[in-house]
Design a binder for this molecule. Structure first.
Ligand SMILES: Nc1ncnc2c1ncn2[C@@H]1O[C@H](COP(=O)(O)OP(=O)(O)OP(=O)(O)O)[C@@H](O)[C@H]1O
Length: 369
């Protein structure tokens, strides 16, 4: 069990972690979420005694990290996969960790096998890919067979097979009754892995709840309907006091609708339906809803979330071709590709061909030079 009580960390006048109080319990995977700079890594570092709190307290099974005589037997952590001596082989790196915590040598072979690095055990880790480095870090966390495991962005750099593997590993560790605390920015992955969530923003606790409750409380549910009899659908639902909302892709949404009730209503009126599906918002939507006010670092310009950018295309819908069916909106890169028409400086690149296509560094404009 991990217990935080009023944990606070200040760097100068900046409060990175602000009176965090929560408990991470055994038996389930607990996800640790927050926007960039929310204070997740700082919290995890304090847990491991790598940073000292400005105030408050954090304990591992009732003790401070510094009080644990052979800490790898209590808590295994992956914080930064690159923090290994690159000149050492994977085997020697783990052996050094094992010897410093009186862990038997055979455990090194066992964890190398578990993470799939046996074949490269005698290779120096500086030649490892990002994914192999992550696996080595995970091996280090598992080495002491600890009851508590903590992973900061464990799937970073892993391929789909690796992501699948770590998901199952975390779940099985939790199923064995261990405490598993994991941070990730990959919401779809977290939704499949974690049962409980701790969400922070600007250092403060925003949510400490089950995954299901978190999604239910921070997002809306609706029923999606498709029909070739659009006007009839609108009339029927209006009369029933269930107004439909057009989505723009040919489907309609009814907020908080009961699919069974709506299906029966459609049947009574002999309305042909091509789709009637309950929609549950994703963890990503719920997360963005809850943390919207806490996000410190926003992407700027149309590549971010501006009206003409990629972010303007709703989830699940195709990105429209440039210029298709509407007047051409300003595109990312116009200021340098099309300097005469925008605010960009200089004109030696020549006129833009107006296609808006991304032709890379060997573009038409480059030929004019
Ligand atoms: N050593 C440090 N000195 C000064 N400020 C720091 C230090 N470490 C972290 N911070 C600041 O504390 C805040 C929290 O940082 P932290 O790395 O813990 O966030 P995070 O949630 O892990 O972010 P990310 O998701 O981007 O990894 C940030 O504003 C960061 O700039």
């Amino acid at each position: 069990m991990i217990e935080l009580q009023g944990l606070t960390k200040r760097y100068g006048d900046r409060t990175a972690v602000d009176h965090l109080t929560f408990t991470v319990r055994p038996g389930v995977v607990t996800g640790f979420l927050g926007p960039n700079g929310a204070g997740k890594s700082t919290t995890m570092r304090m847990l491991l005694g790598l940073d000292s709190p400005s105030s408050g307290d954090v304990r591992i099974d009732g003790k401070h990290y510094a009080q644990l005589s052979e800490p790898l037997k209590y808590i295994g952590a992956l914080l930064d996969a690159k923090s290994v001596h690159g000149g050492r082989t994977a085997y020697n790196h783990l052996l050094c960790l094992a010897q410093s915590n009186r862990i038997p040598r055979h455990r090194v072979d066992e964890v190398l096998e578990t993470v799939g690095l046996t074949a490269v055990a005698r290779k120096r880790s500086k030649g490892f890919s990002l994914g192999m480095g992550q696996r080595l870090g995970i091996a280090g966390a598992l080495l002491g067979d600890p009851e508590i495991l903590m992973f900061d962005e464990p799937v970073n750099g892993l391929d789909p097979e690796g992501i699948h593997w770590i998901r199952n590993l975390m779940k099985s560790l939790a199923a064995q009754g261990r405490t598993v605390f994991v941070s990730s920015h990959l919401m779809s992955e977290m939704a499949l892995t974690a049962e409980h969530l701790i969400v922070i923003g600007r250092g403060r606790l925003l949510a400490d709840t089950s995954m299901a409750d978190f999604i239910a409380q921070n997002s809306r549910s609706y029923v999606r309907i498709r029909t070739p009899q659009v006007e009839r659908l609108k009339d029927i639902m209006d009369q029933a006091g269930r107004p439909v909302v057009e989505t723009g892709d040919g489907s309609f949404e009814i907020t908080d609708g009961d699919p069974a009730e709506l299906g029966e209503l459609a049947a009574q009126h002999r309305l042909v339906l091509h789709e009637l599906s309950p929609q549950r918002a994703s963890l990503e939507e719920a997360f963005m809803q809850l943390t919207a006010e806490s996000v410190e670092y926003h992407a700027g310009g149309p590549m971010g979330s501006g009206p003409s950018g990629v972010g303007a295309v709703p989830d699940g819908q195709p990105v429209p071709a440039a210029g298709a069916g509407r007047s051409r909106q300003p595109q990312w890169g116009d200021s340098w590709r099309n300097p005469g028409k925008g605010s960009g400086a200089g004109s030696e690149l020549g006129p833009d061909n107006g296609s808006g296509s991304e032709s890379g560094s060997g573009s038409e404009s480059g030929k004019g030079r």
